[in-house]
Ligand binder design. Sequence first.
Ligand code: ATP
Ligand code: MG
Length: 254
Amino acid sequence: MSLIPKSHPRAKSLMIREKLVAGFEKGLVAKEGLLAQGRGEAFDYLIGEKTGKSAKLAIKVAAAQILLADSPVISVNGNIAALCPKEIVKLAKQTGSKIEVNLFYENEERKKAIVKILKNNGASEVLGTNPTLRVILSGIDSARRFVDKNGIFLADVVVVPLEDGDRTLALRKAGKTVITFDLNPLSRTAQTSNITIVDNVTRSIDLLTENCKKLSNKNKKTLKKIVEDFDNKKNLSNMINEIKNNLTRRSRIA
Ligand code: ATP
Ligand code: MG
C-alpha cells in the first residue's frame, strides 16, 4: 500500500481506494468494480463525505426491517469483500443473517477468494458456492441471475450493498424486500430498492449493526411502525436536497 499522509484532504477517500486496489490485486475485485468505486467517489464528494440525516434515517429503518425478517440474507460482491469483510460478518452475526456471494461478473477463482476472506474474518458459512443449490432468478441476463436455493431464493429481506439496477429490479419482482447502500441517489438501484442508504458503505455499515443492536429489544409492533412510517422516495428526495445544499454552500465559498 502506498503511504497517504493523514493530513491529505482526501485521505479517507484515498485509503478506501487503496483498499479496493489491494482487493483487485488479491483477485477479489473485478476491473469493473474499480470503475464502480470511481462512480461512488464522485457522489461521495457531492454528499460531503459524511453520513447525512436521510442516510441515518434509512439506516434505522433498515435495522428495523432486518430485525423483522424471517430469513435475511446479505449479498456480497468483490467490492464489499475488499472494503468491509469484517463488518459484514459482524452485521450477519448480530442479526442472524446468512451471507451469500453473488458476482455480476461470474468467476470461480474470484468467488473462492471472496469466500476465503469472509471466512478469515469469522464467517461460519458462505452461500452461493454450491452448484447443486443454484436456482435462477428470472428477469436478468447476467451471471447474477443465479441465486442460492437456501439463501437469496428463500430470503424475505436481502441486503445488497452496491447492487446493479437490473438485479435490484429482479429481486423486487421476486417479492424480496431490498435494502441497499448506494452513494448515487439517482441510480436505478437506489430508486427501486425498498430502503436506500445513500452513504459510503464503509462509513455506515457499522452504524447499521449498532442500530440493529439498539433496536433488538423492541417489540414487533414498534419495529413495524418504524418501517411503515418510512417513505423511500421521499427520503431520496431529501437526500438530493442535502446534495443541493452542500453544493450551494460550496459555491458560496468558491
Ligand atoms: P444502477 O445499475 O443501479 O443504475 P449504475 O449502473 O449507475 O447503477 P453500477 O456500476 O451498477 O452503477 O453500481 C455501482 C454503484 O455503487 C454506483 O451507484 C456507485 O455510486 C455505488 N458505489 C460505489 N462504491 C460505493 C461505496 N463504497 N459505498 C456505497 N456505494 C458505492
Ligand atoms: Mg448498473
